[in-house]
Structures are given as C-alpha cells and as structure tokens.
Design a protein around this ligand. Structure first.
Ligand code: ATP
Length: 455
C-alpha cells in the first residue's frame, strides 16, 4: 500500500537524507528544497531513465542543455510577460494570499472568511537584472519553463543535425515560478526541475502524434513503478487551456494530498516557433530574408520536395522531476507487519531508480580481514557502473537491513566469518522477499548484473 500521508514521507525524507528544507538553519525559504545524499541519487536516476527513453532509445530526438537566464524578448514574444500569471486574491480578514482557482466555495483556506478581494493577475516569472545597473534595459528572467529555450534553439539544432520532421529536442533543467502559495512538500515549489520534450511534427499530423505521446508517456510512468490504479488521464476543458495550447491532457497521479498533475502533454501548435518568427512587421515565411524584426531567425523548416517553408507544430510532453520523485516515493512507501509482530518500512522502488543499488555490509566492525573483503567487493561491484554501491561497517546487520529497506536498497551483501575463514561465500539478502542465500563471492558480479538487467 502506498504512503497515506505526506507527513510520513516528509519525515522519512528528512530522517534518511532524501530532501531537506532549503536554507533550513535560517528558518528555510518557502517553496524551495534541497536534495540530500539519497535524494540526489533518486533524482539523477529518474532523470537518467527519462533521458534513456527519450533520447538514447529513439532515433528522432536530440538533447539540449540551455541557459536559465533568459533574454526578456524571448518571454515577451512567447506570451509569458502578458499571460503567465495566476489569479491572486487577498483575504481581508487574515491578510493571507491565495490562488483564486484553488479556493473551495470562495472561502479563505486559512480563516474561512469569504471577505476576499477580486482576483488580479499575478505574473509568476522571477525577474532579475544583468550587469551592474538595475533598469528597464537590464531586465532578464529566470526561465519559467525549459520549453522556450528549446524553441529559440530550434534553428541551431536543425542546422547542426540536418533533422527532418518529425523530430524532437529533449531538455532537463531548472525552471522558476513565483507560485502564490507553495504547499504539499515538493509538489508545488518555486525552484523546480522539468523534463520536457518538444516534438516537432508536420501540421495536420499533430493530433495523431498528440495521442501517441499521451500513450507513450503513461506507459513510461507505469514502467517506473507507478500503478495504473493511481494514474489517470485528464483532458483540459477548452476554457482552461494555456495561451499556447490547442489541446492538453494531463497525467494525474494520486499523491497523498489528492489526484493532481504529474505531467502535461500539450499540443502547442505552431504558436511558439511562429511567434518567435512573426515578431516583425513584414512577415513572409516563404521569404529568405525577413526584415524589421527583433529576432534574427526564422524558426521554420524547408520541405525538400516543395521548397516551401513550414512552421512545425509541437507536441510537448512536460514532466516535473520533483513531482516525479514525490510520486515514486508515494507509490513505493509501505509498512509491513512481520510474523514476529514487528513492523518494517520499505521503499519498494524499481531497482533502476533505487538510490543505493547494493549495500556491502561487514558482519563485525574492526575485523580487518572482513572489512578488507567487503571493501574489495564494493570496489568490484562499483566498477559495473550501475550506480552507487555502499560499503558499511556498522556491525549490526539486522539494523542495517532495516535501514536499507527503508531507503529502497534492493540487495544487501554480507561478509562474515565463513567468508574469510572457510569458503569465500557471502550472504545475499533481498529487500522485498527478505530471503537470504549464500553465493560464492566470485559469482557476485554476474548475479548483480543480471539482477539489475531484469529487475
Ligand atoms: P499546475 O497547474 O500544477 O500549476 P502547470 O500546468 O502550470 O502546473 P506546466 O506548465 O504544464 O504545469 O509544467 C509542466 C510540469 O512541470 C507539470 O506537469 C509539473 O510536473 C511541473 N511543475 C509545474 N509547476 C511546478 C511547480 N511549481 N512545482 C513543481 N513542479 C511543477
């Protein structure tokens, strides 16, 4: 059974070093979190799994890692300066601030008052200044989505790779949103990370590609370990669509606080490439030189047969890394009652996502031969390149197993007296079944390799 309350997860994250409140010793910074020793591994594993599926396992996608600081013009022509806002209301009674579309029965969630101001648009972008002078000319933004930096690189990628339609550009990176209220742990944060694919297609084939990507993305989340019962597709109503979207379907996940968006898959049409290209007076997409415009690039592709220029349509599967981490932890967390009446907490993460792949434990502390053997096994397994292998010499094996259950380590290997004095075999203990088996140390690498290939 998945985690029932956010408190359980928050406590585990802090206790075991997954996620901490940012700037904690100074009272924190609202809506900003740091990933600790295990959190960074889980997050990296999730991002690596996405990159594998989106870039390496496909033949039609290129990668990109663009800058966070963004020229103001990019976000002017993308529509974000005018429209990237949420409706803000103030409670006149307790002075708290809320997103109008998140209120229930038009009541202040804090004090219950209905004495609220009219909603006004609050732009979510973080503004900064480039250089020493803080004036209108020096304004820049921290990007609110990775997507725009992908669009403005469209021609660079196209010219350097000679891609034809359909093809995609994948990017993982930080984005910043000055959310009105941040609640529910890492579900809604001000500094977030996104995994976004911009998939460029021929106009007219966009609806079919949209459906395909919805299916592929849902299937991918199931392969990461999310149960189909906790996932749901939800189509946006026409009036709720973002300014750039013709149709959007969200992949919703049953988080501890309710069913909410994990990933959005939008049909962005030719809105973005088009508006970065059309920001000039004499717009003619077929002309080779476009005069009088702020951007110096035509974000279009030429049809080889007809020589006509096409502004591609874009299908965008956009997932949040932080929400992904929260969903995976929610799904994986379980408390089991054991036969002897005790309980154990298990984080049943899929092996490829587990922060620690194998823990190599020495049965006793301060037995040099045993420690040396365990370290040697750690080095051998580490060289397989599967991720983090941990050596531990804490001496209490029972406690060690429980601790590793709680952080999701799929396999523990224990080195004991039999290993060093008798037959060079070790104990392998499985997280989920708790079974233990003995195996010659020389066969460990093959065992672990096979486990992570099929596990
Ligand atoms: P919401 O409606 O929840 O504010 P959104 O529809 O504005 O989200 P998108 O602009 O579609 O979100 O962003 C793509 C993905 O980025 C979302 O599906 C989500 O996983 C993630 N994301 C967006 N905003 C946040 C945030 N403030 N904190 C964490 N993740 C976020």
């Amino acid at each position: 059974m998945a985690a029932q309350s956010m408190e359980e997860l928050v406590a585990l994250c802090k206790r075991r070093g997954f996620i901490f409140q940012a700037s904690d010793i100074y009272g924190g910074l609202q809506g900003v979190y740091d990933y600790g020793p295990l959190g960074v591994e889980l997050k990296n594993n999730l991002k690596a799994a996405w990159w594998r599926a989106m870039v390496y396992e496909r033949d039609d996608v290129e990668g990109l890692d663009a800058a966070i600081l963004t020229n103001r013009a990019v976000l002017k022509y993308s529509g974000h300066e005018n429209t990237f806002s949420d409706p803000l209301v103030d409670c006149r009674n307790c002075k708290s601030r809320w997103r109008a579309d998140h209120l229930q029965d038009s009541k202040c969630p804090s004090c219950g008052s209905t004495d609220l101001t009219e909603p006004r648009a609050f732009n979510l972008m973080f503004k900064t200044h480039i250089g020493p002078v803080e004036d209108e000319e020096s304004i820049a933004y921290l990007r609110p989505e990775t997507a725009q930096s992908t669009f403005v690189n469209f021609k660079n990628v196209l010219d350097s790779t000679s891609r034809r339609l359909p093809f995609g550009i994948a990017q993982i990176g930080k984005a910043f949103r000055n959310e009105i209220t941040c609640r529910n742990f890492i579900f809604r944060v001000r500094e977030l990370e996104q995994m976004e694919l911009e998939y460029f297609v021929e106009p007219g084939s966009d609806e079919e590609w949209h459906s395909r990507w919805i299916e592929m993305r849902l299937d991918w989340w199931v392969r990461q370990g999310l149960s189909e019962n906790n996932l749901k597709l939800e189509q946006h109503a026409k009036e709720a669509l973002s300014h750039y979207s013709k149709a959007t379907t969200d992949i919703m996940y049953r988080f501890p606080h309710g069913l909410e968006e994990l990933e959005g898959i939008a049909n962005r049409t030719d809105f973005d490439l088009g508006s970065h290209t059309r920001n000039q007076q004499d717009y003619d997409i077929q002309a080779n030189v476009i005069e009088n415009r702020e951007s110096n690039s035509k974000l279009a592709i030429q049809d080889l047969a007809t020589k006509q220029w096409i502004v591609p349509f874009v299908i965008e599967p956009a997932a949040g890394v932080d929400r992904g981490v929260l969903a995976l932890m929610t799904e994986a967390y379980r408390i089991e009652e054991l036969e002897n009446g005790s309980k154990r907490t298990v984080l049943g993460l899929a092996p490829h996502l587990a922060p620690i792949k194998v823990a190599v434990l020495s049965l006793r502390r301060n037995v040099p031969e045993m420690v040396e053997k365990a370290k040697e096994i750690k080095r051998t397994l580490q060289s397989l390149g599967l991720g983090r292998i941990l050596f531990e010499d804490t001496g209490n094996i029972g406690k060690g197993y429980r601790r590793h259950d709680e952080v999701g380590t799929p396999i523990c290997v224990t080195v004991d007296f039999q290993t060093i004095q008798e037959d060079d075999t070790v104990t392998i203990r499985d997280r989920d079944s708790m079974t233990q088996e003995r195996l010659p140390a020389a066969e460990l690498s093959e065992y672990v390799r096979t486990y992570f290939r099929t596990g």
